[in-house]
Design a protein around this ligand. Structure first.
Ligand SMILES: N[C@@H](CCC(=O)N[C@@H](CS)C(=O)NCC(=O)O)C(=O)O
Length: 208
């Protein structure tokens, strides 16, 4: 099986870290979005909306959507990212993390204007409040001691919120540090960082 991905892409990073946490030996194929690869007929045959990541070579054919890819592996077992009894909560926070953290930061990452910043900050403020309420009892991660699906989008979002100067509540800054203490999360962060700097000239309009 091959994961088509890019180290800067937040949803690719979600799957990349999830696969590493599971110990899945999946080949990585790095895409080149700048060369138009996401729109190529070969890529769209794998991922109909032209989005990454996509997993190629499963018995079911290609699987797109980050959560669907991770659920494919969890269904085969063992259960690592969706612990027994915590499935609904994990899926809930995964969805909230995708919609209100990653998508909100993604918008501001590419469009640095005041209106986008305000909308992003509002979404992040509400979402981080939900995470803080969950973590208030001292749990390191949303489902306990280990990183699960519930933490992947949020851990990645906390990294990008920091790099984009969006600020983090102190409890979330500490959560980010715990997340990135895991070698898989640290490797993903380190692989993304050169691209964060490299894409600066393409972001609109330029930050003040
Ligand atoms: N809901 C999708 C989102 C995938 C997504 O938006 N991927 C972005 C990169 S992080 C992408 O491929 N963007 C390229 C484009 O929209 O042209 C998932 O969970 O996989």
């Amino acid at each position: 099986m091959r994961l088509h991905y890019h180290p800067l892409s937040s949803y690719s990073r979600k799957v990349d870290i999830g696969l590493a946490l599971r110990g899945e030996p999946v080949e990585r194929v790095q895409l080149n979005p700048m060369a138009g690869e996401l729109g190529s007929p070969d890529f769209v045959a794998l991922s109909p909306f032209g989005k990454m990541p996509v997993l190629e070579g499963t018995p079911e054919g290609p699987i797109f959507e980050s959560t669907s890819i991770l659920e494919f592996f969890e269904e085969r077992g063992p259960r690592v990212l969706l612990p027994e009894g915590e499935e609904r909560r994990c899926r809930h926070f995964d969805r909230v993390g995708d919609l209100y953290l990653l998508d909100a930061i993604g918008a501001y990452f590419w469009r640095k204007d005041a209106a986008t910043r305000a909308a992003t900050e509002r979404s992040l403020g509400i979402a981080w409040g939900l995470w803080q309420a969950e973590l208030a009892d001292g749990r390191p991660f949303l489902c306990g001691e280990r990183i699960t699906l519930a933490d992947l989008s949020a851990g990645i979002a906390a990294h990008y919120a920091f790099t984009e100067g969006l600020g983090l509540p102190s409890a979330i800054a500490a959560y980010r540090e715990r997340f990135e203490r895991h070698p898989a999360a640290a490797a993903s962060r380190d692989a993304a960082e050169p691209f964060i700097a490299a894409t600066l000239p393409r972001r609109q309009p330029k930050a003040d």
